[in-house]
Design a protein around this ligand. Structure first.
Ligand code: SF4
Ligand code: SF4
Length: 664
């Protein structure tokens, strides 16, 4: 739970009853009263010392999200050491689970191992990753001894070594604990009839290799110096971070469900090098100095070759969507690793044109805000616009976005004057700081205006910072991390004044909100950025914790929602889903990524993949949507992609809620 709080902020973890382990029991019934009765009955018969009945859909969703993240969170031991797969899904009869867990804990103590068990206890299935000491000479021996004892234990409970995933190479040798010699010999005979030449899966199940025969120990040493990010969850070590990948290959599943984002580039190209795993492997080889793509890159005077072309090729089509940061069971965060590689590669060198154009976009937008209409007219001249795109390293099929005639900050300032003149503002309302990022301020001020309306309707007095505050997102995604740190430090200083007074901060652009919640800690350290990160909310998160807040009715409205990929990965979208469904909307939530992903989709060379990613979920869904359905897209990128590639227009949650409020 502490890890969940550290990674996603305190709002990601609802208050829990006392204890060191928790069992979630989901209860259904015909109506609310029946569910409440059943919940009360369960808490009475349960032998747990404390219990809590959760009725809020948002809190329930947040708790399930923690369970879903179990695999990634368990990628580190309680002490922060790398935790490995190997004994990962044993199951025992559910009625014997308590006794089994007590003995399992003892077994871990005896073998000096640690991990976070989690699982689906209704099936008696317990997942765990353990900190086998593979960095020491006796690592493989510890692995063997533990697996052997654990197999003996689970078999004594009448359980299975693998309740879910299969026995594979790590557990086949242990099958005699579960099956009699006669049964195993029969398995072998059946296999022999069907596969006389033993070409199907040799070395598995019926003729097992030793369980430690294929243990791959990372050859790379630590890489801690000169890094831009802090790698807080990897002991400050880039090497540990990229070696999180255990190679299971969930990132290669070509699925398109509505729960995950990882890995859109792999789904688009079906090339291993474009999967999260392929990229992690390329980075591992870069660090350990072995071969990448046929060329020995080796260590460059003891340093990894950050500029190895094979590494850049593997990272080129990474959208930096952060899908892997939440969907990869081990928590690989390729967007950050890509930013680090770009940062290290281009330090003190000329960068690609798009790093100056798109990477500095907030700076150009600030300049354009002096005379936005003139700038818009100039860039819409056919020759000039095309030339501008070429010089900026942008694909010719994209367009330069229009700057708003009036920024959000200017609008808010003029509004404040008229409010002051009317001199009748209500007192005693709780305050909220509305943070209009560079995109909202310069390109979508209508989103900021709608948010003001919604927050005031919810009973807040809305404040904004004295001057526009930028999070440095575009500098981060283009790997200009020294500049990003400078920008972010000054922004965090500004926002801290509000956080220190207990004033919540609401971000509107999901990727920028994600920077304050997560990247800021990686770039500036928790001591500097932690307070602002904890105070920062999405709109739905703040409304969910606003006492007595009631959203306007959305009965009869179908919402086709594209959660922004960073929203999914960093903050989690469940409060938004709960708000929409609670207000009566019929919700069609999409997974995946819109394909634009900030600078990625507009950069020259990425257009085809960007469109292919949009075709994975977003474009088919909006084509199929009824004419009166609302297309919800909080991300400026997602709305831009819709505008470029479809006939539909996306709106922000703030706009949807504001539209449904009674006219003033
Ligand atoms: S990147 Fe993550 S999901 Fe993909 S193979 Fe590695 S551990 Fe598995
Ligand atoms: S950031 Fe996105 S595109 Fe890049 S590896 Fe992760 S899931 Fe794939």
């Amino acid at each position: 739970m502490q890890l969940g709080t550290d990674r996603k902020g305190p709002q990601a973890v609802p208050e829990l009853p006392g204890g060191a382990a928790w069992l979630f029991v989901e209860i259904s019934g015909d109506d609310a009263a029946e569910v409440a009765d059943r919940a009360a009955a369960v808490s009475l018969v349960a032998t747990a010392r404390h219990s809590r009945i959760i009725t809020s859909p948002a809190q329930a969703a947040a708790l399930w999200r923690i369970r879903e993240d179990g695999g990634g969170l368990a990628g580190r031991s309680p002490a922060g050491a790398p935790a490995h797969a190997g004994w990962e899904d044993a199951a025992v009869p559910p009625e014997r689970l308590g006794d089994y867990l007590r003995e399992f804990d003892e077994l871990l103590l005896n073998h000096h191992l640690k991990g976070f068990p989690f699982g689906h206890f209704g099936d008696g299935c317990v997942h765990v990753r353990l900190d086998f000491p593979f960095q020491h000479d006796d690592g493989a021996a510890v692995f063997r001894a533990f697996l052997t004892d654990a197999a003996r234990l689970v078999a004594s409970y009448g359980g299975s070594l693998s309740g879910e995933h299969g026995d594979g190479r790590a557990r086949s040798e242990l099958l005699p604990f579960m099956y009699t010699p006669a049964a195993l010999s029969l398995f072998g005979k059946v296999k022999g009839i069907l596969d006389p030449d033993n070409i199907l899966n040799p070395g598995v199940l019926v003729d097992p290799e030793p369980l430690d025969a294929n243990v791959r120990v990372a050859e790379a040493g630590p890489l801690r110096t000169g890094l831009a990010f802090g790698y807080e969850h990897d002991d400050g070590d880039f090497s540990q971070a990229v070696h999180r990948c255990t190679g299971v290959g969930q990132c290669r599943a070509a699925h398109r469900d509505n729960q995950t984002v990882m890995c859109p580039s792999y789904i688009a190209t079906l090339e291993e090098k474009d999967s999260t795993r392929g990229r992690a492997r390329a980075l591992q080889e870069m660090i350990n100095g072995s071969v990448v793509g046929g060329a020995a890159v080796g260590h460059n005077h003891g340093k990894p070759n950050w500029r190895a072309p094979e590494v850049h090729e593997a990272l080129d089509l990474c959208l930096s969507c952060k899908g892997c940061a939440s969907d990869c069971p081990t928590g690989i965060d390729m967007a950050s690793y890509k930013a680090e590689v770009l940062h290290q590669s281009y330090k003190g060198r000329i960068r690609p044109a798009s790093h100056y154009s798109l990477g500095w976009l907030p700076r150009w937008a600030m300049l354009a805000s002096v005379a936005p209409r003139v700038v818009n007219a100039l860039v819409s001249l056919p020759g000039l616009g095309k030339l501008g795109l070429r010089l900026a390293g942008v694909d010719q099929r994209r367009r330069i976005p229009a700057f708003a005639p009036q920024t959000f900050h200017k609008w808010f300032g003029s509004r404040r004057v008229s409010v002051a003149l009317s001199a009748s503002g209500p007192d005693g309302r709780p305050q909220v700081l509305l943070w209009a990022d560079s995109f909202t301020n310069n390109f979508s001020p209508e989103v900021g205006k709608a948010a003001v309306r919604v927050l005031e309707d919810a009973g807040y007095e809305v404040l904004i910072p004295e001057k526009p505050v930028c999070c440095g997102l575009t500098w981060i995604s283009t790997g200009q991390l020294d500049s990003a740190r400078k920008i972010l430090r000054s922004s965090v200083e500004t926002l801290k004044e509000y956080a220190e007074q207990g004033i919540p901060i609401v971000g509107l652009e999901p990727s920028c909100t994600g920077v304050l919640r997560s990247d800021s800690i990686e770039l500036l350290g928790r001591a500097v950025a932690g307070q602002v990160a904890s105070a920062t909310h999405t709109l739905a998160e703040l409304l969910a914790k606003t006492p007595d807040y009631e959203a306007p009715s959305l009965e009869g409205i179908t919402v086709v929602a594209q959660p922004h990929c960073h929203h999914h990965a960093v903050m989690g979208w469940s409060p938004d889903a709960a708000l929409l469904e609670g207000a009566g909307a019929s919700l069609q939530k999409l997974g995946g990524c819109c394909g634009l992903a900030g600078n990625f989709g507009v950069e020259r060379g990425h257009y085809e993949v960007s469109v292919a990613v949009a075709e994975q979920q977003l474009l088919p869904a909006v084509r199929a949507a009824a004419a009166d359905a609302v297309v919800l897209a909080d991300g400026y990128s997602c709305r831009t992609q819709l505008e470029d590639l479809s006939e539909r227009k996306g709106i922000h949650l703030a706009q949807l809620l504001a539209e449904k409020l009674p006219a003033k």
